[in-house]
Design a protein. Structure first.
Length: 148
């Protein structure tokens, strides 16, 4: 993840996309899009339409989650639940920017859930039970810690 350009928040990503577009560096822009789970055609469309923001916070968040999900070592059932909730949250402007914070991954949420299951273990089985609200709160807490 982020082999050529490094990890960026959505503003840095948008600025770099504009710079590469203005320089006519299509190859680098395509690499930037691939590294960040974005579609190059979306950048082309934005530029053709004269849109000032090539990459919105929601686009950046969903792209980051896409790349992170592909590289995640979580079991598939955990990916479905955790990334599904995160993708829903990313559509909300109040949450979208947190998913492009540097250094934070949803993998941490899975580790927290595993720890909870170990603590709840009784009779040989351990589980994490909760509502969508509980999971949403756990995800937000994971990213809040990054701001400190």
């Amino acid at each position: 993840m982020f082999e050529k350009f490094g990890e960026m928040d959505y503003q840095e990503l948008d600025t770099l996309a504009h710079n590469l577009w203005n320089e006519g560096d299509k190859e680098s822009l395509q690499t930037l899009c691939k590294e960040n789970g974005l579609e190059y055609s979306d950048i082309e469309d934005a530029a053709a339409d004269g849109v000032t923001m090539f990459i919105t916070p929601t686009m950046a968040a969903l792209g980051r989650l896409k790349v992170e999900r592909e590289e995640s070592k979580m079991p598939e059932h955990a990916k479905v639940v955790i990334f599904g909730m995160a993708e829903t949250m990313a559509a909300d402007p109040a949450h979208s920017t947190m998913f492009t914070m540097k250094g934070k991954r949803l993998e941490t949420v899975w580790k927290t859930m595993e720890d909870m299951a170990r603590k709840n273990r009784s009779g040989g089985s351990g589980c994490v039970c909760g509502t969508d609200r509980d999971l949403s709160k756990m995800i937000v807490e994971n990213y809040k810690e990054a701001k400190k």
